[in-house]
Design a protein around this ligand. Structure first.
Ligand SMILES: [Zn+2]
Length: 496
């Protein structure tokens, strides 16, 4: 609707701060490409192509690469382009100006944080506290650790990170306590219990995996103290994830004891992933606890469109809008960053437009909310000094893929030609500008006079006895699975 044109334009074009994501991996990494679309692993991956997210996202990726609509064709396209060029296409389309990376996940052939600066001007680190602790224990000898000797090194390590500058600068801590023993953190855990917990962890052997509840609660509380003393936020995994997680224990309402604890009143906690499916609970917590903030990465883009819209709507039911932040939770593949950004732009627009229709917000208020949710809230919250724009970055492109091609791809195509066969067996076509194609035609089709469907080749009018005339309309909706780039019009035309 014209009324919301400016809101839509800003949602589609605003430069964004991606406040929670992970490393990209090399093109020959063993991480399955299907993980672009789902948190499933192992045997469960085989059903991923039947998810709504897979079907929708594959179309998006095929669209940006101009490839045919199949997993094989998409994978072939990214192989052909090469990692740098395909990542350049994705990040240019995503318009991310700041990226904060939690590099605490072990991924085969992952790139370091610095590498991501090829595509995003400002890149910082999120420090996963459990990984810091595990690395310390992995280095040391099993027999000699005491809680005291471990905590000394752990504290030293945590404190040393915020002092490091440039690509390794830490903007927040992150905890995956939800994955290990749940969010019901025992704020009264004793040193004795933690000491016993440490023994349990060490007895379990290598690789070290901290899952003992007493020990993990103890290091969480300690890390939170350090974060608070540096005024660094703590991101906390909440809600869904892979099956390593017991979802019952990932409900943020379990954080009650921590949120009520006077020692941590000045902390700043970010509940990640819209706490899905506990989005309403998260919204409530952000509305009554000053220290609670929200981030909806992962819920967008992994849910159905309805799921994404309803989850963000639920976050907005109670939470102050200055506490809600965007992230992609991109991981392993540049395409996940593109999908996260693209769907979030559509979803946030849809949610705020509805808020205007409902009379909750005025259009200027909705426009301000878009800017806040995508960038301004995070800039203030993580104290980001953003002077560069995503367009300042010149990505390293493979020799077979020049920058003009990248510009063409990111601008997408100039025209889209729609071809059909009419009722008299003749090929017909209509050409529309690409912008119109994506904004309307791909969903609503093109309108034709009824007579168009039965024009004979012998006369300039409908065939006799068809009863078709120049009045009325036939609507032809394109079959997007047939969309392809015309090989003889390299990079400028598509046909459906
Ligand atoms: Zn994440």
């Amino acid at each position: 609707m014209v009324k919301f044109a400016e809101l839509k334009k800003i949602a589609e074009s605003v430069e964004i701060v991606d406040a929670h994501a992970h490393n990209i991996v090399a093109i020959d990494s063993t991480v399955p490409f299907l993980n672009c679309f789902s948190e499933a692993a192992g045997d469960a991956l085989s059903d991923v192509p039947h998810t709504i997210n897979f079907k929708r996202s594959l179309k998006e990726i095929a669209g940006i690469y101009g490839s045919s609509l199949s997993l094989h064709a998409v994978q072939e396209s990214r192989q052909r382009l090469g990692l740098e060029s395909s990542a350049a296409v994705c990040f240019k389309a995503a318009k991310i100006s700041v990226l904060l990376i939690d590099d605490g996940i072990e991924l085969d052939k992952k790139f370091d944080i610095k590498w991501h600066r090829n595509f995003v001007p400002t890149v910082g680190r999120i420090l996963r506290v459990e990984r810091v602790a595990e690395k310390i224990l992995e280095k040391g000898s099993n027999g000699t650790w005491t809680l005291r000797s471990f905590m000394e090194i752990f504290t030293e390590d945590l404190k040393s990170y915020p002092l490091i500058i440039l690509a390794d600068e830490v903007f927040a801590f992150k905890s995956i306590v939800a994955y290990r023993s749940g969010l019901a953190i025992n704020t009264e855990v004793t040193e004795k219990e933690a000491e016993e917990g440490l023994s349990d962890v060490l007895c379990a052997g290598h690789p070290i995996r901290i899952s003992n509840k007493s020990f993990i609660d103890y290091i969480f509380l300690h890390a939170l103290k350090v974060a608070q003393s540096y005024d660094l936020p703590m991101q906390i995994h909440t809600g869904f994830g892979d099956k390593d997680l017991d979802l019952r224990l990932a409900n943020p309402l379990h954080l009650r004891n921590l949120l009520e604890d006077k020692r941590f009143m000045k902390s700043r906690l970010v509940l990640l992933h819209a706490s899905y499916p506990f989005s309403r609970e998260a919204s409530y917590l952000a509305s009554v606890y000053r220290q609670v903030y929200l981030d909806f990465g992962l819920a967008i883009p992994k849910l159905s469109f309805h799921g994404m819209v309803s989850s963000v709507k639920e976050l907005l039911e109670l939470a102050p809008m200055n506490k809600i932040m965007f992230s992609t939770d991109g991981i392993a593949f540049a395409e996940t960053f593109y999908l996260g950004a693209k769907k979030a732009r559509e979803v946030v627009f849809s949610v705020l437009r509805d808020a205007c229709v409902d009379g909750d917000l005025s259009i200027p208020e909705a426009i301000a909310a878009v800017k806040d949710i995508f960038a301004e809230n995070s800039k203030k919250f993580y104290k980001l000094d953003v002077s560069s724009s995503y367009s300042d970055v010149k990505p390293p492109l493979s020799s077979s893929f020049q920058e003009e091609e990248l510009n063409e791809l990111s601008k997408d195509v100039t025209f889209v030609r729609i071809i059909w066969i009419d009722a008299s067996g003749q090929h017909r076509c209509r050409v529309v500008p690409q912008q119109r194609f994506y904004s309307s035609v791909q969903k609503h089709g093109v309108g034709l006079t009824c007579a168009c469907m039965g024009m004979s080749s012998a006369s300039d009018g409908p065939a006799v006895d068809t009863n078709l005339s120049a009045s009325g309309e036939t609507r032809i909706v394109p079959d997007l699975s047939t969309k392809c780039r015309l090989p003889w019009y390299c990079l400028t035309f598509r046909t459906v």
